[in-house]
Design a protein around this ligand. Structure first.
Ligand code: SIN
Length: 364
């Protein structure tokens, strides 16, 4: 038995999904190894696929220049864990992620996971907006099979690049049956996070992700994933939005709260016919009185208004310092403003009723 086969057997023993398939590894009809899960890697770009534009350009790099094959070539050990399919969806820095890519990605993930011969999906993504894509997929993917997003803080050519280790971990997570029915997951720096709570907390550190309200769900170590807890939101109360007939999403903007904040931004969104506004308020989602007036006016015109907070952790609670019922607002709970925006866009595909929207924020 070759070293590679021994490694394959050893790692397979730790993976519930693989173990349950039983039997000795051998080629399947489709060219994969029987007994291993089939994981499809969808690539979208980002620093994990980042490279130098030209030799000797220092730390300057361009996100999304390496293709999915190159990313997988850097982690040959994953072949011992899963049969890997791959596909390049787009090649963008995630600052350029948009709703048409989200819709394409969600449809493709739903198509793939509906197949009996696919056990899980891994998505490589830039870290800047990874949390928003993860939450969008969390709300729109109709499958309990694992979906795992992964990125990197250092491009492929950098010393100490974290891309290959993170990608290896993501494939381990997607290959484990224990990852099923947990909602969309994010694998970064040895941690596994739920899409709903995870957020980028550092612009440059390699430990750039955290779940500020509830902490990680588990950890990946030596080719094994270990979970400590299950998210109540991802299982019992999950709402799934149907995006099959959508070509775009309702426009929703975010206004940032600060001392002396002007009403101008709210008024601009109203004039631009935005259907929803999320406030990144101060403290428990509080609002400078001029912004409060402009948002109350927007709500009275049928624009959905959701109060979130610029504070990194803790819920924005309904009706504590501000009478949301009186103003027709909803409160975001523990969703940060950028995630509240994602949920509000999807909520608006179903309803404009403030009470119904509040229920979705209470359950999603
Ligand atoms: C991006 O989000 O595409 C660039 C930054 C990164 O991936 O870390």
């Amino acid at each position: 038995m070759s070293y590679f086969d021994r490694l394959k057997k050893m790692v397979s023993a730790f993976l519930p999904g693989a173990a349950s398939r039983g039997g000795e590894p051998g080629e399947t009809d489709s060219g994969g190894v029987s007994g291993l899960p089939n994981i499809h890697v969808l690539a979208t770009g980002g620093t994990i696929a980042g490279g130098r534009a030209e030799a000797g350009a220092g730390t300057v790099y361009t996100a999304g220049v390496l293709g999915v094959e190159a990313l997988l070539a850097a982690v040959p050990a994953v072949r011992a864990i899963a049969n890997i399919g791959n596909e390049q969806i787009v090649s963008v820095g995630s600052q350029d992620m948009d709703e048409s890519i989200w819709l394409k990605l969600a449809r493709r993930v739903n198509e793939l996971l509906a197949r009996n011969d696919i056990d899980g999906v891994v998505i490589t993504h830039g870290t800047d907006t990874l949390e928003e894509t993860a939450y969008f997929l969390d709300l729109t993917v109709k499958s309990d099979k694992p979906v795992v997003l992964v990125g990197a803080m250092r491009p492929a050519h950098a010393a100490g690049t974290d891309g290959p280790a993170n990608l290896f971990d993501a494939i381990v997570v997607a290959s484990s049956r224990d990852s099923a029915a947990r909602g969309v997951l994010v694998a970064m720096s040895g941690n596994v996070f739920e899409a709903r709570d995870v957020t980028k907390v550092s612009t440059t550190a390699s430990q750039a992700f955290a779940a500020p309200n509830f902490g990680p769900l588990g950890q990946v170590h030596d080719g094994r994933v270990i979970y400590w807890r299950r998210s109540e939101r991802a299982s019992a109360h999950r709402i799934n939005f149907d995006i099959s007939g959508l070509e775009n999403l309702p426009p929703v903007g975010i206004v940032y709260g600060h001392v002396n904040a002007p009403a101008l931004l709210v008024k601009t969104l109203v004039e631009a016919q935005y259907q929803g506004i999320v406030s990144a308020g101060v403290g428990n989602g509080n609002l400078y009185y001029k912004v409060l007036g402009a948002l109350a006016d927007a709500a009275s015109r049928g624009i959905a208004v959701v109060r979130s907070s610029r504070v990194a952790a803790g819920p924005t609670i309904r009706g504590v310092e501000l009478d949301d019922t009186r103003y027709g607002f909803a409160a975001a709970g523990t969703l940060n403003p950028q995630k509240a925006r994602v949920l509000l866009q999807l909520a608006l595909t179903r309803t404009r009723d403030a009470g119904e929207i509040q229920k979705m924020f209470d359950y999603c």
